[in-house]
Ligand binder design. Structure first.
Ligand code: PDD
Length: 286
């Protein structure tokens, strides 16, 4: 995974140098995407590029490359790194660029810095996912515009780290008494065999895995609702899952100190994970 794409060139990562005045470095002024790749094939790449476009628009950075070019770069990178059979993630990173000073205001003539790398990701085996994971709840300390996939992630870093250091996979975040999302994932719950997930808003990222999870739930006729989820509803849920590109669908079987449902992966998670795996195969055959 040593070869990266950096501002128009493919090169070993150690040969890429960034200006100390790059606004990504100075201000966290940029956006990113993480695209899962299964057996060498990027999954839902168009949806990820669409979201990248929305993030860029939201922070007023011009689109540096066309969709076609992003797709070509990803394919070339997979080839150059010999990853045609592998499962990993593509990381796309765009900052506003640099000028020879540090100032908050935005100059018109800056050229975005563009980086694409291949990264291992955090994929779990079927066995691990079936066994389930622990999550903790934390107050959502992030700012309001969580729908933008921006690179300034300090609150998320601290929240995710708190989860890991308390032996959990994820922190499920609560804002004003309602579930928003995980520090690095979206959240689903199941009650009486129906699925609930927080509705899209400024407070959550519109996850691509969330979108696919809802699609496959619809395909297999499991009712779902996108709505507000009060903290109590989370705590009383029969099942809790988190979703993200590299983690896919992860059942949470312990929330804080309490077991979720029976403390094992629930029947609805099992059906949806199977449908998700089937969907991955159909898309791969395209
Ligand atoms: N994060 N919400 C947040 C806050 C996230 O950071 C992520 C993913 C998601 C899930 O989005 P998707 O299904 O499109 O991956 C939701 C990634 C993977 C990351 O930052 O590394």
């Amino acid at each position: 995974m040593d070869i990266i794409y950096f501002n128009g060139e493919f090169l070993p990562f150690e040969n890429a140098t960034i200006s100390v005045y790059d606004r990504g470095f100075l201000f966290g002024d940029g956006v990113y995407e993480v695209i899962p790749v299964f057996d060498g094939k990027p999954f839902e790449i168009k949806a990820h590029l669409e979201r990248l476009k929305k993030s860029l628009e939201a922070v007023q950075i011009d689109l540096p490359l066309s969709n076609q070019r992003w797709i070509e770069i990803c394919a070339e990178l997979i080839q150059k790194n010999n990853l045609k059979e592998s499962t990993f993630t593509l990381y796309l990173h765009v900052t506003r660029g640099s000028e020879h000073c540090r100032r908050h205001t935005i100059s018109k003539d800056m050229k975005p810095t563009v980086i694409v790398t291949c990264m291992k990701g955090q994929f779990f085996t079927e066995e691990e996912r079936y066994k389930g994971f622990k999550a903790i709840t934390l107050e959502d300390s992030r700012r309001r515009d969580c729908y933008i996939k921006e690179i300034s992630l300090l609150p998320s870093v601290l929240l995710a780290n708190k989860a890991i250091s308390s032996g959990a996979l994820e922190a499920i975040l609560i804002r004003d008494g309602y579930v928003t999302e995980g520090a690095v994932s979206n959240v689903f719950i199941v009650r009486n065999n129906e699925i609930f997930t927080p509705a899209l808003s400024n407070y959550i990222l519109g996850g691509i895995t969330r979108q696919v999870t809802l699609k496959v739930a619809r395909d297999i006729n499991i009712p779902f609702y996108e709505q507000l989820i009060a903290e109590k509803m989370l705590r009383d849920a029969d099942e809790v899952w988190i979703t993200a590109s590299s983690r896919e669908i992860c059942p949470i079987v312990q929330l804080d100190e309490k077991l979720v449902g029976t403390g094992k992966m629930g029947p609805v998670a099992k059906k949806v994970i199977e449908a998700y795996e089937d969907y991955k195969l159909t898309v791969r055959d395209d």
